[in-house]
Design a protein around this ligand. Structure first.
Ligand code: HAM
Length: 417
């Protein structure tokens, strides 16, 4: 029979790297708790409409990248390409937000985008994210960024660029959009084909263009920060002053607009030079309009997500991944299959005492089993040979020092190593 490969752009997380994932999860769990955030898990699929209404019809994610299918009941379903919209759906549905309340939530899990796979870009990838719901104020944006910085630091990432921009409130953004379209129209013939299309559908995304000609042209484009009204400027100024006072470095980037349509006011992105072309390992911003788009009442919110494969790539390149050693306490060597029942009783007692225990299951020779025990990283061999079996005892050999002790069966419960 032919072998069946996994799907392009997906990766198995093998036993030799799973500890890296637990390392991220454990650190992120700890720091999230420190900031008062609780974990929330939503299903990996949602009604397609959840993402259509929120991320934006004209974004690459909705237009080209969603895994959408019709289920057997005729309903259009989408594998979640991101969490924010799904989480907002869940907060509304479960009435998690009460009057004047603040909700702090985090998540960790797989997401799906039909993108061209390359280094740091997968079709199933993983995110950690955190959402702060209920505050319209810039100190909430500051908290969100401080949490992101603390999380990155907790796993050893301190060398990166934090880009920051403001898209302002709706009125400011509409004003800027008109100015930008005006500028782009005047220079339409110099724009790349893709940007000419984007100019009509989603003009702010033209600012993101990677085309060299576009980049040159955009140097003279109107700047969004110049279009902000006084409320939007006050919001942005308080955010930057808090970041300054807590010592978080950032770079203001006039062209940072992000790939999802739900943002207003602050947007930010974490970039690393360790990643190559897919250099953004996290991003987020404020999304005050999303709750009403998904049928909830008007609720301000801000948040971000990290791409976990990219975080691991950075740690690997910087040689900052901790070494994870798997150690078991006992490797049980069973000389003869007639001793198996006795051996299993011994193993049960050891496991009940909380020790980790493995045994060889191929019934190889005593010598081969001892060799396996030495190679296994176990701290002790528990030897059940002929004399041990006949005398109702076990031998415990310290594999580092070769020191060996005999322990009668009924004293194993008192064993203290
Ligand atoms: P995003 O920028 O689309 O934002 O994704 C966040 C991070 O996920 C990216 O910076 C990147 O590290 C990672 N990522 C995205 N696509 C891929 C991919 N195909 N392969 C590997 N990694 C990927 C969001 O998803 C927003 N929901 C963030 C947010 C939360 N905004 C407010 N709250």
């Amino acid at each position: 029979m032919e072998k069946i490969p996994g799907i392009r752009g997906t990766k198995d997380i093998l036993p030799n790297t799973i500890d890296q994932w637990h390392f991220l999860f454990d650190n992120f769990n700890k720091i999230s708790n420190q900031f008062g955030y609780s974990e929330l898990r939503t299903p990996i699929f949602e009604k397609t409409e959840v993402f259509h209404r929120s991320i934006g019809e004209q974004t690459d994610i909705v237009n080209k990248e969603m895994y959408t299918f019709t289920d057997k009941g005729g309903e259009s379903i989408t594998l979640r390409p991101e969490e924010t919209a799904a989480l907002v759906r869940s907060v509304i549905q479960n009435s998690l937000l009460h009057e004047n309340n603040i909700l702090r939530l985090w998540y960790f899990g797989p997401y799906f985008r039909y993108e061209r796979p390359q280094k740091g870009r997968l079709r199933q990838f993983h995110q950690y994210g955190a959402e702060l719901i209920g505050s319209p104020n810039p100190e909430a944006d500051a908290e969100s960024i401080q949490l992101a910085v603390a999380l990155a630091k907790s796993v050893g990432i301190t060398d990166y660029k934090l880009l920051l921009n403001s898209l302002g409130n709706d009125a400011s953004r509409q004003k800027y959009r008109a100015e930008l379209v005006n500028y782009l129209e005047q220079n339409k013939n110099s724009l790349s084909f893709e940007s000419q299309n984007r100019m009509m559908t989603n003009p702010l995304r033209v600012l993101d263009s990677k085309d060299e000609g576009d980049i040159e042209l955009l140097k003279n484009a109107p700047v969004i920060l110049d279009s902000l009204d006084s409320d939007s400027i006050t919001h942005f100024n308080l955010l930057t002053s808090i970041l300054n006072d807590v010592g978080i470095g950032y770079e203001i980037s006039n062209q940072l607009v992000r790939g999802l349509d739900y943002y207003s006011h602050s947007v930010f992105e974490f970039r690393s030079t360790m990643l190559g072309s897919q250099d953004s390992f996290g991003g987020g911003g404020r999304y005050d309009g999303l709750f009403t788009q998904l049928g909830g009442k008007e609720t301000p919110a801000v948040g971000f997500a990290f791409g976990l494969e990219r975080i691991l790539l950075i740690l690997e390149a910087a040689q900052k991944l901790p070494l994870f050693e798997k150690n078991v306490d006992f490797f049980v060597v069973i000389q003869n299959s007639e001793y198996l029942n006795f051996a299993n009783k011994v193993m049960q007692i050891l496991r009940n005492k909380g020790y980790s225990v493995i045994s060889e299951l191929s019934r190889r020779s005593f010598k081969a089993q001892m060799r396996d025990a030495n190679k296994s990283n176990a701290k002790f061999a528990c030897i059940i040979g002929e004399s041990e079996f006949n005398n109702n005892k076990i031998a415990v050999k310290n594999l580092a020092t070769s020191e060996q002790k005999e322990i009668p069966f009924n004293e194993i419960t008192n064993l203290n190593l």
